[in-house]
Write a protein that binds this ligand. Structure first.
Ligand SMILES: Cc1ncc(COP(=O)(O)O)c(C=O)c1O
Length: 400
């Protein structure tokens, strides 16, 4: 992304504004496709990392034969996308909300391929009740725990409790025995491998340890995916879907023979949390998303202050969740204020040359979340803004 050109073409636009560089975006999609197509793994697009229908449609088109459906973050989002023409929607996080599940089950009964995630007796019962009320069977995947257990420590996320083949089998059998659910496979997202930066210039020793742990986790997850899918098959289940991966683990996930499809989304936009990964794919990606705020005040020499800008990412709350300034050069956030709800001060050598009313550009830490702060994205290509598209919010849709 040429930050200077983007800042220039934004003069006259209403700020704050979110910008997506379509040329960089398309190149990023092509790089994902190259990795996944080489291993014959379709890409299930993680829609939470885009939250703009036009971008989801664009990935689908650019992926071509490598497109393998959508991974949604809520049932209501999946229904919204199904009603807007999409099919093959996997909701990757369990819910027990009867109304939401019934709406989804009805879309399934009407012929859409809708899949929900279960990992407990309660989530199985909730899905089964909705399926029964819809009059058709509902597809489910069993979400499994891929965390690495090392010297008694749990390394990974706290999601599914199902860590052993027998745990998975128990929940899958429960689902089958309801008579209303069809178990189609497993959701096995390796968060430890995909979601942790492992080549940080500011933490070389820690990064080396992380790379070691990741490599151990890759072997561990591979063995467990195989054991879990074999246990299901041996019990008569048709395991046609084994989902894994995220942007940060794409190469190793695609290489896993048990995996039938990989999920990813963030890498198409490359927010800055992915700047310090060892993965060759991630290192080959380009930033394709930036937001612009207006420089409105000069509190003193060496400082300027912008309107808005406080789009902080979720997760373990640390400085890495803040956006980073990429234009003008030589400016950064203040440790004492960070990025604020209404104002974001910037400091540094570039401040005094900064004109009030000009544009500052910041890259967000995560790809999809900041889309919730904007009604539209400006589409940048070939040195100019060529269009604008509504975000979910811009369409009046809000799924949390
Ligand atoms: C279940 C699941 N799969 C995949 C992903 C990866 O998405 P991304 O490529 O946007 O990092 C996530 C991210 O949180 C996830 O929760």
């Amino acid at each position: 992304m040429d930050w200077g050109v983007i800042a220039e073409v934004l003069s006259g636009e209403t700020l704050p504004a979110m910008v997506v560089d379509l040329d960089a975006f398309d190149r990023n999609v092509a790089r994902h496709v190259a990795v996944c197509a080489a291993k014959a793994k379709p890409i299930r697009v993680a829609t939470k990392s885009l939250r703009v229908r036009a971008l989801i449609d664009r990935v689908k088109e650019k992926c071509g034969a490598s497109f393998g459906g959508l991974m949604c973050f809520s049932v209501r989002e999946a229904c919204f996308l199904a009603q807007n023409g999409h099919d093959d929607l996997l909701v990757a996080y369990p819910t027990l909300a009867p109304g939401d599940l019934l709406a989804l089950a009805r879309l399934g009964a009407d012929g859409k391929r809708m899949i929900v995630t279960v990992d407990s007796e309660e989530s199985v019962r909730a899905a089964a009740n909705a399926a029964e009320a819809s009059g058709a069977k509902l597809r489910v995947v069993v979400c499994v725990d891929t965390s690495l257990s090392l010297f008694g420590a749990h390394l990974g996320v706290r999601r599914s409790p199902l860590a052993r083949p027998e745990d998975v089998l128990r929940v899958a059998r429960l689902a089958r025995d309801t008579g209303h659910l069809t178990v189609v496979g497993l959701l096995a997202y390796e968060a430890l491998v995909a979601g942790v930066a492992d080549q940080k210039a500011s933490a070389r020793a820690k990064s080396a340890v992380l790379r070691m742990l990741k490599s151990r986790s890759i072997d561990d997850v591979r063995a467990r995916r195989l054991a879990m899918s074999s246990a299901l098959r041996d019990d008569g289940f048709d395991v046609s879907l084994v989902n894994g991966g995220g942007t940060g683990s794409l190469e190793s996930t695609a290489e896993d023979a048990s995996v039938t499809e990989v999920s990813c989304g963030s890498g198409f936009l490359l927010p800055h949390l992915f700047d310090e990964y060892a993965s060759p794919l991630v290192r080959s990606l380009e930033p394709a998303e930036v937001f612009a705020v207006e420089v409105t005040r000069r509190p003193g020499p060496g400082f300027v202050t912008c309107a808005g800008g406080g789009y902080i990412a979720s997760g373990e709350a640390g400085a890495d969740r803040l956006p980073v300034v990429v234009h003008p050069a030589g400016l950064s956030l203040l440790a004492l204020e960070g990025a604020g709800e209404v104002q974001t001060p910037l400091a540094g050598a570039g401040a005094d040359a900064c004109v009030l009313g000009s544009v500052a550009l910041l890259r967000p830490a995560k790809a999809g979340e900041p889309m919730e702060r904007f009604a539209e994205v400006l589409l940048f290509s070939d040195g100019k803004i060529i269009g604008r598209e509504k975000t979910y919010r811009g369409e009046g849709a809000c799924f949390g």
